[in-house]
Design a protein around this ligand. Structure first.
Ligand SMILES: Cc1cc2nc3c(=O)[nH]c(=O)nc-3n(C[C@H](O)[C@H](O)[C@H](O)COP(=O)(O)OP(=O)(O)OC[C@H]3O[C@@H](n4cnc5c(N)ncnc54)[C@H](O)[C@@H]3O)c2cc1C
Length: 352
């Protein structure tokens, strides 16, 4: 595959200082940086970024498989350069693959229909032109943009000349939230997304509750990572992870075995899942307890019986605190290596 390349040379008083701060920042986010002859190479989910310190400049090169990912890399790099410039005002001019008026990974989509899967899970079907880029077996997620209520002509984030994201004015700014593509049919131009309808609805849940057919929102991606194939899998999550778990299960080789733990309110929130016969599925009911307030998922993970071979992978997605607890257990007690687990905070319980 031919990767796309874009470069910038940023004049700075202290390019080495900025490079060091960027490497430190990447390490905090668990992104390893290799150094070869003074050139620093970081492999990010969207592609590769290379930093080279020159006499009075930092030369940065980004490489990605397509223009959507290249633009995401440019915006991530440019915003960090500005944030970590420590008093300097860097001018960033990218050469190669100029951006258009919207990001290449962005599409406007329209609500076609919706129906309730369970009392607190609603499936929304969206239609849109040119949605093939969202069809992926590894990147299952999208960033949705929900415009403010009543805005006749929604406005979307666009690429700034320096690669960063240029947002509409606050009163016209769409709210971004992450969701999972549950089903995509590129021929019909349809995408299904299953929304949890939760208390204190924010823009995502609110859109699912109120939007009428024809309502417009934005979709960017695809993004995120999925499981690494393994003989034995642990999939653990709450209802926000249920769409991803359902998709992962549908796609597994028939010989895969493992445990699936899913926390929901009660039996009325359970869904029929298609999975290999060796995957044991257990629903955990929190009853009247608030979502994100129990230890149910973490305790169930602690009680899992692991196989006696190392070809395992654990995938976990739920509320931030539950994910932190489980991640610590997987690393400290189960000694899973980095390539043996993926734990992602899907939402944040904000205390009032
Ligand atoms: C990669 C990824 C994929 C995801 N896929 C899905 C998906 O397919 N379907 C889905 O429904 N969600 C999914 N989520 C989770 C979803 O993005 C969050 O729940 C998000 O906060 C919902 O936005 P909102 O606007 O409804 O609420 P927000 O404005 O974010 O929050 C408003 C209030 O609601 C609370 N809250 C938020 N989410 C929940 C919840 N689930 N239960 C109870 N209280 C909540 C917050 O603590 C806050 O007090 C995914 C998240 C990630 C990172």
């Amino acid at each position: 595959m031919d990767w796309l390349i874009s470069e910038t040379r940023i004049t700075l008083v202290d390019p080495a200082g900025l490079a060091a701060r960027m490497v430190e920042h990447l390490a905090e986010h668990e992104v390893a940086v290799e150094t070869n002859n003074g050139v620093m190479v970081a492999r990010l989910p969207y592609g590769t970024s290379t930093l080279a310190v020159e006499a009075e400049a930092l030369r940065i090169r980004v490489e990605a498989a397509d223009k959507g990912n290249l633009e995401v890399l440019r915006s991530v790099v440019a915003s960090h350069v500005v944030e970590l410039a420590d008093g300097e005002t860097p001018t960033i001019v990218w050469l190669g693959h100029e951006s258009g008026s919207t990001f290449a990974n962005f599409r406007e989509v329209r609500l076609k229909a919706s129906f309730d899967l369970t009392p607190h899970m609603r499936r929304l079907t969206f239609v849109g032109d040119d949605i093939a880029r969202f069809a992926s077996n590894t990147d299952l997620h999208v960033r949705m943009y929900f415009p403010p209520d009543g805005l006749e002509n929604p406005e979307w984030p666009r690429p700034a000349p320096d690669g960063r994201v240029l947002w509409p004015e606050p009163d016209r700014r769409p709210a971004p939230r992450y969701y999972t593509i549950r089903r995509i049919d590129t021929r019909a131009g349809e995408i299904d997304i299953d929304f949890v309808l939760h208390e204190q609805a924010g823009p995502g849940s609110d859109f699912a509750l109120k939007a009428q057919p024809g309502a417009i929102c934005g979709m960017a991606g695809p993004l995120g990572r999925s499981i690494r194939p393994a003989r034995w899998l642990l999939l653990a999550g709450d209802e926000t992870a249920l769409p991803a778990i359902a998709r992962i299960l549908e796609d597994l080789p028939a010989a895969t075995s493992g445990e699936v733990l899913i926390e929901v309110a009660d039996a009325s929130e359970e869904l029929a899942l298609t999975a290999p016969s060796g995957m044991s599925i257990r629903w955990l009911h929190r009853g009247n307890a608030l979502p994100g307030s129990t230890q149910l998922l973490a305790e169930a993970v602690n009680n899992v019986r692991w196989p006696d071979h190392p070809d395992v992978f654990a995938w976990v997605a739920a509320e931030t605190q539950a994910v932190r607890t489980i991640r610590k257990y997987l690393r400290d007690a189960r000694h899973l290596a980095r390539e043996q687990h993926l734990t992602v905070a899907y939402w944040n319980l904000r205390q009032s």
